[in-house]
Design a protein around this ligand. Sequence first.
Ligand SMILES: [Zn+2]
Length: 241
Amino acid sequence: MKTLKKSGFFVYLLILPFLAGNWSCAAKKNYQEEKIVHQENKIIPKAILEEATIALSHYPELKDVEIEFRYKSNIKNAFMQAQPKFSNLFKGKKNRGYYVFMSSKFLIEDEEFSMTDVPSEVLIGWLGHELGHIKDYTDKSALGLVIFGTRYIASEKFIKKAERTADTNAINQGMGNYIFATKDFILNHSGLSDSYKKRKARLYLSPQEILVMVNGLDEELAAELDEELVELEEEPEEGES
Ligand SMILES: [Zn+2]
């Protein structure tokens, strides 16, 4: 087995994903001054406590996993982002902790959004997606995570695979309706830029794909979603700009 001491370059390679772009763990300060709730091994800002609790209830296997939900001032191309805590990354799978970084305000091509603009079920779906990433991370070794981070930065094909895995995990945990609501919000919200929507459409599961997956899990729920999908596919009469 290789040791970390062996080469400074190797250590640099390990750290690189945490320094670069989307994987930066340099959360300088809480974006908002607000109450933080500590629940055993979970740290949750009070404003999203209800939604986070619902999302977490779908992941009983993450009960013993330390997760900190935290505001971060700039997250590139995203509203939220899950990543392992670098401080305990090498302490073994069971002792590892994770962040779910969230933008309390986020700019997408000059349109500013805040958490309060987002309906609860959409927020739950978003958090469920991030927990889907964490579920994926919990199975990986520290080195596996570092490789994951590097490839996530380098390859759009890899991003697509990772994002679909997160969506799929959330759907398998019974969050299909929430994931659908989030997708609907992203793809049909007038305030989000076309390039952001296109990016999401390109990299994430489509509403139709979600439907097919949910269908396999729960026919009754799928029938409900089917109605929504028909509405979704009909071009809106009045053009929102
Ligand atoms: Zn994601």
